[in-house]
Ligand binder design. Structure first.
Ligand SMILES: *Cc1c(COP(=O)(O)O)cnc(C)c1O
Length: 388
């Protein structure tokens, strides 16, 4: 029997337009801090509907500069979600800020505003909500909590470009700093890259200086008036970003269609199952959009039944040519946070449950209907065979 063709977890949508714009930059000789970078920033800001946007080398770099721009530092605490990609906590550690975790909403998997309010104390200076798996965080409530407590806000929207919040506003456009990321599995990619949405001109100037070794715009290359980093995005990457922005709506639409195929395919699987040991019933699918909120589909992750053996399911799927991934480890239980702050199991049950049960399935704009069907079928079979 021949090996089934592997269906990968993610694959960027790249085409002739990307090649054309990248070639233009290569032929121009302006590879860094050139006009393509400026154009990418301008077009991204316009698309989002914010006054300015500052491009950097990664989503993590965007978060790090955001933390510094808000003046969060040693002795400060910031309330954030334990169920996230580790960068949303690491960016605080870089500046010796203590991440104070609180539990998530078990449905949306985003920071629970009630838990966030309870976690605030005298040391708290800010909130760092994450729009997890592309679902918009509860920003209207969190902003209210922040303003009551005199706190500042940094939004990690790295998984949510294109999402819309409860007030009908594009995620990242509410006026506080918001970070986006362009790694190859995100809604749009520059290979590696990130962006900060900014509404104040002085803040944007400070961010542009810090991404460039602390150099002021009117200074010579070797003069620096503050501590900075090399967090620059190249013009080659910016060219990719411009091409990806042009087709962002098309890619978001394709992701939405793929998600609908999964939702239908997995619901059928669920209904077709016989009750009892080893049936795939009990899968929890990603939550539907509530009221005016709109998810921007980032990955398609299902929660396996509690008694399914997730590791065995991943291995079984791999045998069937389907790449799947446990998604994601709870941050408070990672050694560098556990040891430093004494976090332990059982503190955030909803986050720990999500982290123990979620499985990301192959998901990208170009995925075909037949591939989604194959994944659904394979998942059904893998679940039947791997029960604890
Ligand atoms: C992707 C991502 C980031 C940034 O990742 P980079 O690899 O540094 O671009 C930050 N936070 C979350 C939640 C992410 O998913």
């Amino acid at each position: 029997m021949s090996e089934p063709e592997l269906i990968p977890l993610a694959r960027p949508a790249l085409g002739e337009r990307e090649e054309e714009l990248v070639l233009e930059v290569l032929r121009s000789g302006r590879l860094s801090l050139g006009p393509t970078l400026e154009r990418f920033e301008r077009e991204f800001a316009d698309r989002l509907g914010v006054p300015d946007a500052v491009a950097v080398s990664s989503g993590t770099a965007a978060l790090h500069l955001g933390v510094r721009a808000l003046g969060w530092g040693e002795g400060d605490e910031v309330v954030t979600a334990p169920f996230s990609f580790v960068a949303s906590a690491n960016c605080l550690l870089y500046e010796r800020v203590k991440p104070v975790f609180c539990d998530i909403d078990p449905v949306t998997l985003n920071l629970d505003p009630v838990a966030a309010r309870d976690a605030i104390d005298e040391q708290t200076v800010g909130l760092l909500p994450v729009d997890i798996l592309g679902y918009p965080a509860a920003l209207p409530e969190l902003e209210r909590i922040a303003s009551e407590g005199g706190l500042t806000l940094l939004q990690d929207s790295c998984e949510a470009l294109g999402a819309v919040d409860r007030d009908g506003r594009a995620v990242g456009s509410r006026g506080h700093l918001a970070a986006f990321a362009f790694y190859a599995n995100k809604q749009m990619t520059t290979g590696e890259g990130g962006m900060l949405a900014v509404s104040e001109p002085e803040l944007a100037a400070a961010l542009r200086s810090e991404r460039n070794q602390g150099r002021a715009p009117d200074m010579d290359w070797v003069e620096h008036d503050r501590l900075g980093f090399n967090y620059r995005l190249t013009d080659i990457q910016a060219a990719l970003g411009i091409a990806q922005l042009e087709r962002l709506d098309e890619m978001l639409g394709a992701r939405e269609r793929a998600a609908a195929l999964y939702t239908a395919g997995l619901a059928a699987l669920d209904q077709g199952a016989q009750a009892g040991e080893g049936d795939p019933a009990g899968l929890v699918l990603p939550c539907a959009d509530r009221e005016t909120e709109r998810r921007s589909w980032f990955v398609y992750a299902v929660r396996l039944p509690a008694s399914a053996d997730r590791e065995a399911v991943v291995a079984d799927l791999a045998q069937r040519g389907v790449q799947a991934k446990a998604y994601m480890p709870a941050i408070h239980l990672m050694p560098h946070l556990r040891e430093r702050f004494g976090y332990r199991e059982g503190q955030f049950p909803a986050a720990e449950d999500a982290s123990a049960r979620l499985l990301a399935l192959p998901f990208f704009p170009g995925i075909e209907e037949a591939q989604v069907e194959r994944v659904c079928e394979a998942l059904g079979e893998a679940l039947r065979g791997n029960w604890t």
